[in-house]
Design a protein around this ligand. Structure first.
Ligand SMILES: CCCCCCCCCCCC(=O)SCCNC(=O)CCNC(=O)[C@H](O)C(C)(C)COP(=O)(O)OP(=O)(O)OC[C@H]1O[C@@H](n2cnc3c(N)ncnc32)[C@H](O)[C@@H]1OP(=O)(O)O
Length: 159
């Protein structure tokens, strides 16, 4: 797909039904409402601009829990998108696919300035029909600031 495609693509989260998650739910009006897309290189990307109240102790830095939510939600939504793609279906077409976080390890490498947009980049590896490993990196101003290793586990859609 060309570099302009992302602008007209629909975010993974806007194709998922009835998702009230604080981080990624399109149906949570008080949530972060992240938006994730496929990139040309097969990774999934998400850009997010924090609000001032997402701060850490010092107001100039992004809160680590918010960072964890961004890494977690972008990873899980990307694992869901990969599963649909692997099954040759558009997101939410046919029987719905759900994954949740089984585990997540995060390395916080550098503080994240709160007033710059962050870029999340997820690399996905399907380990089995139920398990997808996601390595998700968070960048600010081209600096790698955090990295998460996530195990996404497929669950029934009534989880
Ligand atoms: C609807 C809206 C749509 C849209 C939905 C979008 C939602 C986005 C959500 C954002 C992310 C979240 O916040 S999710 C919420 C936070 N996460 C949770 O609350 C999860 C709570 N945990 C659980 O429900 C459960 O423990 C599960 C589902 C993770 C696993 O339980 P299970 O279903 O009984 O399966 P189980 O047999 O134990 O595990 C399956 C395989 O995964 C492995 N496995 C499981 N947990 C781990 C672990 N911590 N570390 C290593 N490996 C693990 C097992 O070894 C096994 O491997 P093998 O033997 O097969 O090799």
């Amino acid at each position: 797909m060309g570099s302009g495609m992302q602008d007209i693509e629909i975010a993974f989260q806007d194709q998922l039904q009835k998702n009230h998650c604080f981080g990624c739910g399109a149906d949570n009006d008080q949530g972060l409402k992240i938006k994730s897309y496929w990139a040309d290189d097969g990774t999934a990307v998400c850009r997010f601009t924090a609000k001032p109240h997402h701060c850490a102790g010092p107001t100039r830095y992004l809160n680590g829990g918010i960072m964890a939510t961004l890494l977690d939600c972008h990873s899980i939504c990307s694992a869901i998108a990969l599963a649909y793609r692997t099954e040759g279906r558009a997101i939410s077409e046919g029987e719905s696919i759900a994954f949740v976080t089984g585990s997540m390890d995060i390395a916080y490498k550098q503080p994240v300035p709160i007033d710059s947009p962050v870029l999340l980049k997820a690399e996905l590896e399907s380990l089995s029909p139920r398990k997808t490993r996601v390595v998700c990196r968070l960048f600010s101003e081209d600096n790698l600031c955090a990295q998460a290793d996530v195990l996404a586990v497929r669950v029934p859609d009534n989880w």
